[in-house]
Write a protein that binds this ligand. Structure first.
Ligand SMILES: [Mg+2]
Length: 227
């Protein structure tokens, strides 16, 4: 049986140096004429559709499902350019490429994604940092706005491409926020947290993670943590 490792992207695998926020603000300004619409809106661990809903509500703008989909499509176009620019802490997190190389040759584990990013934004990020090939499949912010619904979607998608994962309980969520571990709990999956995002090891431990690592730099510690 396979252990499905569901990696969060932002703060866990990589940081895009503020490119996401710049692209969101730029899109909002272009479509609705409001500047800095995402300033102060929390993003860590949340899905893109929910982050957008918060900004729309704060600006007093109503948008139907089509309007929101158009927004996110335009956001991805801006994001494709923004990610080319330098930004604070931009890059893969420590040890990520080495760990992914190692996992590729580790029997019984398969790497996939579980992220609040819409699928296209996730693809842009992973391609930019040349790590997309490590991930068999994924569940994304445009599959369900609630992160808690994403583990079963990722497991089902893995099964459909022939990965032998028998239940969400055989998945491990790897993320950098209490919301990552909450979505693991909701599905009966294991939660391993890393302190490379906006929460400290202490905060993640207190939130109830099964294991907390400072980063992904030590493959042996990682393998022990995923069980
Ligand atoms: Mg994250």
């Amino acid at each position: 049986m396979t252990r499905l490792l569901l990696f969060d992207i932002d703060g866990t695998l990589l940081l895009s140096g503020g490119a996401g926020t710049r692209a969101l603000n730029r899109t909002f300004e272009e479509l609705f004429g409001v500047e800095g619409a995402f300033a102060g809106i929390p993003v860590a661990g949340r899905t893109d559709p929910i982050i957008l809903d918060d900004a729309l509500e704060r600006a007093g703008i109503r948008a139907d499902a089509d309007g929101r989909a158009r927004f996110l499509a335009r956001y991805c176009q801006h994001f494709e350019r923004e990610i080319l620019l330098p930004g604070p802490r931009k890059g893969l997190m420590p040890g990520v490429r080495r760990l992914l190389d190692r996992l590729q040759h580790t029997p019984g584990v398969v790497c996939a994604l579980l992220t609040g990013n819409v699928a296209r934004a996730a693809r842009i990020k992973l391609e930019h940092f040349e790590v997309r090939r490590y991930f068999a499949c994924g569940a994304y912010g445009d599959d369900a706005p609630r992160r808690d619904d994403l583990v079963p979607i990722a497991v089902e998608r893995a099964r459909r491409i022939g990965i032998d994962v028998d239940s969400p309980g055989a998945a491990v969520v790897i993320g950098d926020t209490p919301l990552d571990l909450q979505c693991a709990r909701a599905a009966g999956a294991r939660a391993v947290c890393v302190a490379t995002g906006s929460f400290s090891t202490e905060e993640l431990r207190r939130a109830g993670a099964d294991a907390v690592l400072p980063d992904l730099a030590d493959p042996e510690c990682f393998l022990a943590a995923v069980g």
